[in-house]
Design a protein around this ligand. Sequence first.
Ligand code: SF4
Length: 345
Amino acid sequence: MEWYDPTTRNLPWKQTGDAYKIWLSEIIMQQTRVEQGTPYYLSFVKQYPTVKKLAAAPLDEVLKLWEGLGYYSRARNLHYAAKQVMTEHKGKFPSTHKEILKLKGIGSYTAAAISSFAYNLPHAVLDGNVFRFLSRVYGIETPVDSTAGKKQFENLATQLLNKKDPALYNQAIMDFGSLVCKPKNPLCTACPFSSHCKALELNKVQLLPVKGKKLIKTERHFHYLVLFDAKHIYIKQREANDIWKGLFEFPMVEEVDSPRATVHSNIFKNMDGVPNRGLWTVDHRLSYRQTLTHQLINGHFYELKTKKLLAANTGYLKISKDSISNYAFPKIVRTYLQDRLNFLS
Ligand code: SF4
């Protein structure tokens, strides 16, 4: 706390005591760099200055504003939780850790952050910065993502928390981890803890924190049919409980990739609901990749221009190409669209 200078990292959400805005910032900043997240935070606060406004907004609009941030389940949970605040708390953001934790999408870290920053309640935050800093200073080798590790760090963090000013303490320790005890090249020579840092003493700075689980990524292939005429194009909203629920994409078949798929569109023969079916011979495709936490997505785009698109069957939307920017798409589709906008228009 002595080290901490509130004027550094003077981010917009640090200057508010409004639990709603603090919550917005915490959800947006999870796994997002501050530089990337800040414009989103500002747009959300501008468009939805109150939790009431957010709850009343259509989900599609919220997803569109979130577009590009990834982890779309967070946006859906945000919207759902705003409605919870309206119905279960009469529009007033809950003010106890227990009640905050009941809102959808809020885990113990976010609940601790909101309750300490908005209400100065004594709950210790444990984000990646805090895990790293504590594991190094105390030389803790228990994996931070194990059940035992979480318990151990939680106990330590709670024990260390300054109960008189938890908000300042939490902000200080998070910023310290982010600015001094950084993942790579921490500033050990200038660090006020260097004389009793276990990791430094034992030459283990780069080995801590320990992460146990190795992520196994599933590889998936999405074959997109980009079917359009001079004015229109088909899109479809993702509805299944899967990645990108609620976002839009082109008519799609998920199938393992095969060399045949590169030269022919047989892959779409069984696609129900898309008019003009059976008329296609697609001899080229464009492929893109998107890496998610647990999945590697290959998007293959097969372009087919027809003279006139028939009306779309249930589940598909025939939209004017001019309106395409009104819809929220996953990153892989947006990248494709950016590259091919001239061709499609
Ligand atoms: S001495 Fe280095 S590793 Fe230890 S707490 Fe300070 S910055 Fe982190």
